[in-house]
Ligand binder design. Structure first.
Ligand code: B12
Length: 213
């Protein structure tokens, strides 16, 4: 029986080999991907974030924890894609906005969308408005998801919404925003259609916005 606390510890210590091993063992024991993500991966990232804020760890430790989390997620992700793939609920274009390189939360949200029957076009990090617009147009997207983790990059979300308006696409696509510093109030203020603080609720919100809930 795998001790899942080891997964939490492995992420926290940035030990990606251990993270991979424990994830493999847990999946072989049919532990639900959602449990691994919600109760161990995210909790570990929250804790490393707290330690960073308290100056107990520094950027290299954050990077290592982020890498360990990504490695673990790479094993879990294919399972999230599961049975629902024939159920095409729409296309989601997602990316972290210009100037911002944080992608762990955005990747989780993207995986959850994929797992729940959406096609996901992930534009990566440091994405400018033109790139979002091109991808929305090209893929006839029904949702565009903007992620920002820095207070300095949050305002760029408003620029993307303005650019969508200028390109005549604002009525064709629902805009969802998220990331630790983003709030419901901020989302409303910049004219986004939806906000969510977790990958699970992001999908629920998206379905609600598209009327497919
Ligand atoms: C890991 C991390 C890093 C890693 C990123 C690795 C990676 N590949 O992403 C590295 C080390 C590279 C990094 C760099 C920096 N970081 Co940093 N980082 C963090 C940390 C600890 C965790 C972020 C994280 O991954 N959280 C876990 C995920 C799962 O949570 P999440 O991103 O919030 O996502 C969830 C929700 O928000 C939501 N969500 C997210 N996106 C979206 C999108 C949509 C559409 C929706 C609906 C929902 C949604 O769902 C997600 C899943 O539940 C945070 C601290 C924190 N507590 O947030 C600091 C933090 C964000 N970083 C910070 C800073 C300052 C920096 C640097 C400037 C540091 C530096 N001096 O170099 C650089 C910036 C580089 C850049 N230009 O982007 C500050 C930001 C402060 C501020 N007020 O702006 C924070 C808050 C730390 C702090 N307290 O000082 N960082």
């Amino acid at each position: 029986m795998t001790d899942l606390k080891e997964l939490y510890e492995a992420i926290l210590k940035g030990n990606h080999n251990a993270a991979l091993e424990v994830t493999k063992a847990a999946l072989a024991e049919n532990i639900q991907p959602k449990v691994l993500i919600d109760d161990y991966l995210i909790k570990a990232m929250e804790e490393i974030g707290r330690r960073f804020e308290q100056h107990k760890v520094f950027v290299p430790e954050l990077l290592m924890a982020g890498r360990a989390m990504k490695m673990s997620l790479s094993l879990i992700q294919p399972l999230l894609k599961g049975e629902n793939t024939s159920l095409m609920l729409g296309t989601v274009v997602i990316g972290t906005v210009k100037g911002d390189l944080h992608d762990i939360g955005k990747n989780l949200v993207g995986s959850m969308f994929e797992g729940c029957g959406f096609k996901v076009v992930d534009l990566g990090v440091d994405v400018d408005a033109e790139k979002f617009i091109g991808a929305v147009r090209e893929n006839n997207a029904s949702i565009v998801g903007l992620s920002a983790l820095l207070t300095t990059t949050m305002p760029y979300m408003k620029s993307v919404i303005k650019a969508l308006q200028d390109a005549g696409l604002r009525d064709k696509v629902k805009v969802m925003v998220g990331g630790a510093p983003v709030s419901e109030g901020f989302a409303r203020e910049i004219g986004a259609d939806g906000y969510s603080d977790s990958a699970n609720s992001a999908v629920v919100k998206a379905k609600e916005l598209l009327g497919v809930a």
